[in-house]
Design a protein. Structure first.
Length: 202
């Protein structure tokens, strides 16, 4: 009952209410990113697999410039990541535009994080089960290590969530997410501006 009907309704009402409250904060963030990104834009979208691996466009705040080397290649992520972008990312603010994806029904507040399309062919049959539910802005893997744990462990946690989804588990994950943001834990692997790529199941 909850996973099929109430979860979607609760997500829509909570996100709509939240956006009506926080829109001034979002506007300030947009202004700061506009100048920090040196004309590279404030938002970017990426095609991601959602529920049943249906492709949608995930929206995020852009935290990097589009600076390139003499040959026209983008500079490394850690070079292009701006000071404002680091703050936005460390506080997980870069995920806030995905509230629009929740309103549209592409995503949920809680669920397995939507990953790259190119990973679809690399999952084991069990790992692929993470697509049985809508992807989330936060999830069970995010509050149990996020980027500091292995891909294998992340997918184990994602599938565990699929099998144990409930209202109270979602509430627990949301509160744990808020805690993680404040203590800034598990944001990135040490020495890396972004997560290491997934190269296939073990």
């Amino acid at each position: 009952m909850y996973s099929h009907y109430l979860k979607r309704l609760i997500d829509f009402l909570v996100v709509l209410s939240a956006l009506l409250i926080i829109w001034p904060i979002l506007l300030i963030i947009i202004i700061f990113l506009h100048f920090a990104n040196k004309g590279a834009g404030v938002f970017f979208t990426q095609a991601r697999p959602g529920k049943n691996a249906q492709i949608f466009k995930a929206i995020k705040f852009k935290t990097m410039t589009d600076e390139r080397d003499a040959e026209g290649n983008l500079l490394p992520d850690d070079v292009r990541l701006t000071k404002v972008g680091k703050i936005v990312r460390s506080l997980s603010i870069d995920e806030l535009p995905q509230l629009i994806n929740v309103l549209k029904g592409d995503m949920a507040l809680v669920g397995p994080r939507p990953l790259l399309i190119k990973y679809l062919s690399l999952y084991s049959e069990e790992q692929y089960r993470r697509h049985e539910v809508r992807p989330g802005i936060t999830g069970w893997a995010q509050v149990n290590g996020r980027n500091s744990i292995s891909w294998t462990k992340k997918f184990e946690l994602d599938v565990w969530y699929v099998d144990h989804i409930s209202f109270w588990l979602d509430i627990k994950i949301i509160f744990l997410t808020i805690k993680k943001v404040f203590i800034r834990e598990g944001i990135n692997m040490e020495g890396s501006a972004t997560t290491e790529p997934f190269n296939g199941h073990n």
